[in-house]
Design a protein around this ligand. Structure first.
Ligand SMILES: *Cc1c(COP(=O)(O)O)cnc(C)c1O
Length: 386
């Protein structure tokens, strides 16, 4: 007897499970493992945010069920952030919804908008939740290849008409995980035009909107005129403020989509703990120098990795956002072959590109989630192994 739905049976075996098994075995043997696989910041949440959580946790008013769509203080802080940072006006009552992390909202958006058999347009490679949540909703996904020669942007003109016909949603993600690609507003203008032409709403995942380098600022899709007719944008406190474990995010934009998602959510969860929302409001509205400091640290780490890779003969253009380096594997290796080789010979964990979709084959992803010395050490070990 298999106690599992057919839907769940479609989910392929977890690619990281094998790596985790090998990692555990190496640690058992006393190997000094350096994990560059996880996309989880090693830096702490800034103290003013933690302080607000502690303060709000003393107030019994906050122990009750939270407001379904999020407390007003948090929704207003998100609207204020959009106005201040992007010049985009949002109505906190209808165009902003609090999420228990953006992953939760992304996964729930899919059954909000698609019926069994419908298609979802998904960047390839990308965050695995888009495709897995589509399968769990009995939908089908269409991979839009992100190729280096196209700046890792999808080519809308190459999507077959019969796919467009059946598509009910398209995902985009810039700065991108895993590609670290960034775009300018013209790309979003084209995406919105495509979306309007075919009646396919867009969900833009902007998890790395504030993790950017030098003088690059990542645009919001909502800066495109008329985008609110077709687009929603997912945001997260996780990467910007080192709050991955707090589980707090949001979605903004098209009213009807947000309303529909809130109906689904109100029958599934009951929102995030109010003190976490209030602390997130403080994160968004207070002085942002902590964000600059985090980015400066990532930028230094990035320089260490890029210099190291160059010395191995792997050329990567410096990314302008995200905390990933997306690099081609050396000649003669597949993604999985290279990752296994590096893990067994050096104890360094990197992620195989094909874990993010078929077009990720030939690449590996390094996460800048350890200090400079460890990154340097990791690259030296890799250098000696090849
Ligand atoms: C980390 C990440 C998320 C999830 O963020 P949470 O708000 O912590 O759920 C979503 N999308 C991408 C591309 C990510 O890398």
């Amino acid at each position: 007897m298999i106690y599992q739905s057919d839907r769940l049976g479609q989910i392929p075996p977890y690619l990281f499970a094998e790596i985790n098994k090998k990692k555990a075995a190496l640690i058992e043997k006393g190997v000094d493992v350096i994990d560059l696989g996880i996309g989880d910041p090693d830096l702490p949440t800034p103290p003013h945010i933690v302080g607000k959580l502690v303060e709000e946790m003393q107030d019994p008013v906050n122990f009750k069920y939270p407001n379904f769509i999020g407390c007003l203080e948090y929704r207003q802080a998100i609207a204020d952030f959009y106005l201040r940072h992007y010049g985009v006006d949002l109505d906190p009552e209808t165009e902003v919804l609090a999420l228990i992390g953006s992953k939760e909202g992304i996964a729930h958006l899919i059954p909000t908008l698609i019926d069994p058999g419908d298609m979802v347009l998904i960047p390839d490679p990308s965050y695995p939740v888009y495709r897995m949540a589509t399968l769990l909703a009995n939908g089908q996904y269409f991979d839009m290849p992100l190729l280096k020669e196209n700046n890792f942007e999808p080519d809308f003109s190459s999507i077959p008409p019969e796919v467009i016909e059946r598509s009910k949603l398209m995902f985009l993600n810039y700065p991108g995980n895993p590609t670290s690609a960034t775009v300018d507003i013209d790309f979003f203008k084209n995406a919105v035009a495509f979306s309007k032409q075919h009646g396919i709403p867009i969900a833009h995942d902007s998890a790395y909107n504030m993790v950017t380098y030098s003088d690059y600022t990542a645009p919001s899709i909502l800066q495109v005129e008329g985008s609110k007719d077709v687009a929603v944008e997912f945001g997260s406190l996780s990467k910007t403020y080192n709050m991955t474990g707090w589980r707090i995010g949001y979605v903004v934009g098209n009213k009807e989509i947000i309303k529909a998602l809130s109906v689904l959510k109100s029958n599934t969860d009951t929102g995030q703990f109010t003190p976490i929302q209030k602390a997130a409001a403080v994160a968004l509205t207070s002085d942002q120098s902590c964000v600059k400091n985090h980015n400066r640290i990532y930028e230094e780490r990035l320089a260490v990795v890029l210099e190291g890779l160059t010395s191995i003969g792997i050329q990567v253009e410096p990314p302008k956002g995200s905390f990933f380096v997306w690099a081609p594997v050396p000649e003669g290796f597949t993604s999985t072959g290279f990752v296994s080789h590096v893990l067994e010979k050096t104890g360094v964990i990197v992620t195989p590109g094909n874990a993010f979709g078929p077009s990720g084959e030939g690449y590996f992803r390094i996460s800048l989630s350890v200090p400079n010395e460890r990154l340097f050490e990791a690259i030296q070990r890799i250098k000696e192994s090849i």
